[in-house]
Design a protein around this ligand. Structure first.
Ligand code: PLP
Length: 390
């Protein structure tokens, strides 16, 4: 059966069979190039959703496309009970890209990377306490959800995993008071993304690292959204000079393909045999895409582009007279405009003007474009925001 081709028929078919879990927007995207996407009616949009963070390289990146096609014709699946040429190469290249020496566990999503890191922290410390932050988002599986703060996401699923507590973000004293001899790990994002785009204050993550080190807890840094160039460095931890025990990666790791990773600081050694695993982890097709994505990020200097374009966009937005906006903040190309009112209606009017954007909580407009977005597109985004929020 050929897929439906008009917006109306696509929406009708998908609505009849989809889970209902997602609040959907009434367009059907069918194609993308760089930071531009098209719907089934041929309408063009500037994409500031960026695959919710999975499309740092832009859509249809030729090197990623070529790597996936080539690998698909050679070997798609190969569980980690066997060695594999592409996986070996990728592990070596990702390890070399990290700012410290680490071993790597490969998985398939952000939530899965967080779950794995929580298990590793228990294994390594023999403790069960986890300290996370108010406004944190770490994913929707039971462990990751236990670390996530938003009550609307958590409450329907009680009882969650025991031992989790949340402390105010960017408050060193609160963290200091919460970490004790029961604490297996402190789990933090370098920029709280879903929670409203709040960057870590200078010194906060370094203080968290010191507190963990003093008390025998592990620091887990969630770079699922901030990794792979988003904040203006390949990894956001580079801004903070830290080397966390566990680093969680996903979203843009493989040029848009589903993949996640946990980097384990060399001081942790290897995992005990059979202590963790996943069927699709380290699949050759994901590793091939991830190799191409990492090469392209480097070759196109995308972390630097994110830093420069982010500074430009933040400057332009700060110069706008926007009485509805309380604050504009961000790091690199992860930018939030905190409104004095609910953001949802403005997402709709922006879409009508050809700009796709995200919320981050009820009143923050989040911009998460592919790092290849052009300056002309950034100017068009600023113009649309100025008009919509006037
Ligand atoms: C998206 C996100 C996750 C969850 O990743 P999934 O791949 O959706 O499971 C975890 N942490 C952060 C910071 C995220 O932005």
């Amino acid at each position: 059966m050929m897929p439906a081709t008009t917006t109306e028929s696509i929406i009708a078919t998908e609505s009849a069979y989809t889970s209902g879990a997602y609040p959907k927007r009434p367009i059907a995207l069918v194609r993308g190039v760089d930071a531009t996407v098209w719907d089934a009616d041929g309408r063009e949009y500037i994409d500031c959703v960026g695959g919710q963070g999975a499309a740092n390289l832009g859509h249809a990146h030729p090197a990623v496309v070529a790597a996936i096609c080539e690998q698909a014709g050679r070997l798609i699946s190969c569980p980690e009970i066997f060695y594999n040429d592409v996986r070996a190469a990728y592990l070596q290249e990702l390890a070399a890209a990290l700012p410290y020496t680490a071993r790597i566990f490969l998985c398939n999503s952000g939530a899965e990377a967080i779950e794995g890191a929580l298990k590793i922290a228990r294994l390594h410390t023999g403790r069960t306490g986890i300290v996370a932050a108010v406004r944190a988002f770490h994913g929707r599986t039971m462990g990751a959800l236990s670390a996530t703060f938003e009550p609307r996401y958590r409450e329907p699923f009680q009882p969650l995993v025991p031992g989790f507590r949340h402390v105010p973000y960017n408050k060193i004293e609160a963290l200091d008071a919460a970490v004790d001899e029961q604490t297996a790990a402190v789990l933090l994002e370098p920029v709280q993304g879903e929670g409203g785009v709040h960057p870590a204050a200078p010194g906060y993550l370094a203080a968290a690292e010191r507190i963990c080190c003093e008390r025998g807890a592990l620091l887990i840094i969630d770079e699922v959204q901030t990794g792979f160039g988003r904040t203006g460095a390949l990894f956001a931890i580079e801004h903070h000079g830290i080397a966390p025990a566990l680093l969680c990666l996903a979203k843009s790791i493989a040029g848009g393909l589903a993949m996640g990773a946990i980097a384990m600081h060399e001081s942790l050694g290897s995992l005990p045999l059979a202590s963790h695993g996943t069927t699709f982890g380290g699949s050759p097709i994901a590793c091939a895409a991830a190799r191409a994505a990492l090469h392209a990020l480097r070759e196109q200097d995308l972390p630097r582009q994110a830093a420069e374009k982010g500074a430009y966009l933040l400057g332009r937005l700060n110069d706008l007279p926007l009485p509805r906006v309380r604050a504009v903040r961000g790091q690199g190309l992860l930018i939030g405009l905190e409104l004095k009112e609910r953001v949802q209606p403005f997402l709709v009017t922006l879409m009508e003007r050809g700009v796709l954007a995200l919320p981050a909580g009820p009143n923050v407009l989040r911009l998460l474009p592919p790092l290849v977005i052009t300056y002309a597109q950034l100017d068009a985004v600023v113009a649309a925001i100025a008009e919509v929020l006037a």
